[in-house]
Ligand binder design. Structure first.
Ligand SMILES: Nc1ncnc2c1ncn2[C@@H]1O[C@H](COP(=O)(O)OP(=O)(O)OP(=O)(O)O)[C@@H](O)[C@H]1O
Length: 292
């Protein structure tokens, strides 16, 4: 029995011809398939896939009953299928490619970012001002949407709003989001220690798994976090709850300490390591001494 199973396997699979590159092939393909399946489940591709399954059943029935005209139509539709898929999923494909482009694995292999930051992305004062403004707005239920730029430039979104270029203070942020004022609608974008733009329009997420309680403000926060590495703070106008969206995910009902921790992490203070930092420190000291 055992040997007959073994003979059967040997007949179809020759282990002598399996090399490490075949294994790598299978591992990479499995990973890609898994990622595609997760992507399908998370986007509207899932609904379309169900529609596609219904269509397949319909064609199968047509084949079983030899309904030749329907079969002919089906065959022609399928030959156009790939082009149609690319057109229908153009926004999702774009998002997926953008996400791929900002994966650490790629940026670490090909270091496109020649001006890698070595100092904090924004100051401790900015962290304090942000936390203060956000929780003061939360107290009185003023809706707010604040996007903090990290490595991915947000110029494309900045252009949809009104340019400000001002130093961040809690008073200014509170003033911007004050209801019935010209700047309160849309998102504020922050780069370093400055507010660069207000009333910006952000892409909405089409993640079907987001809570139905969340409206467009929260969807916009998740949307921008899907296509960039930004950190977005949301204050709900309805509940006063504070949320943070990052990497396509949203953390809700944050406390002051939670928000502070997220912002401190986003500062990326200690990127220099080991000898390079020591060397840089020496250069800085040398420059300081030269200035004296
Ligand atoms: N795409 C977008 N980009 C930027 N801001 C947006 C976008 N869509 C909605 N907003 C902002 O969200 C506000 C509407 O929020 P809405 O009530 O729909 O969302 P919500 O998630 O339920 O938030 P809240 O809990 O504050 O009510 C708009 O007035 C606008 O300021």
């Amino acid at each position: 029995m055992h040997s007959s199973i073994w003979n059967f396997i040997n007949q179809y699979v020759s282990f002598n011809t399996i090399h490490w590159n075949d294994l790598l092939d299978v591992i990479i393909l499995s990973f890609l398939l898994y990622e595609i399946m997760v992507w399908i489940k998370k986007t509207r591709a899932w609904v379309l896939l169900k529609g596609f399954a219904v269509l397949l059943v319909f064609i199968f029935v047509a084949w079983a009953f030899r309904l030749n005209t329907i079969l002919w139509l089906g065959k022609n539709i399928f030959s156009l299928g790939i082009t149609a898929l690319v057109i229908v999923f153009q926004p999702e494909l774009r998002k997926a490619l953008e996400q791929l482009g900002r994966q650490n694995i790629i940026s670490s292999v090909f270091n496109f970012d020649s001006s890698k930051e070595t100092e904090a992305r924004f100051s401790d004062k900015t962290v304090n001002e942000l936390v203060k403004a956000v929780f003061e707005m939360a107290k009185v239920k003023t809706g707010a949407l604040i996007v903090i730029e990290k490595k991915t430039p947000l110029n494309e979104y900045e252009r949809t709003g009104i340019t400000l270029d001002s130093v961040i203070t809690s008073q200014l942020l509170i003033n911007i989001f004050e209801k019935n004022t010209p700047l309160h609608d849309g998102a504020v974008i922050i780069r370093g220690d400055r507010i660069v733009s207000a009333t910006c329009y952000l892409p909405l997420s089409d993640n079907l798994f987001l809570s139905k309680e969340l409206g467009t403000r929260h969807r916009a926060a998740v949307g921008i976090s899907e296509v960039t590495d930004s950190l977005t703070i949301v204050v709900s106008e309805e509940t006063g709850a504070v949320s943070v969206a990052m990497e396509g995910d949203i953390k809700r009902n944050l406390t002051q300490d939670d928000l502070r921790a997220q912002l401190v992490a986003a500062q990326d203070k200690a990127q220099d390591t080991g000898r390079f930092r020591l060397w840089k420190g020496r250069v800085k000291k040398h420059e300081e001494n030269a200035d004296k």
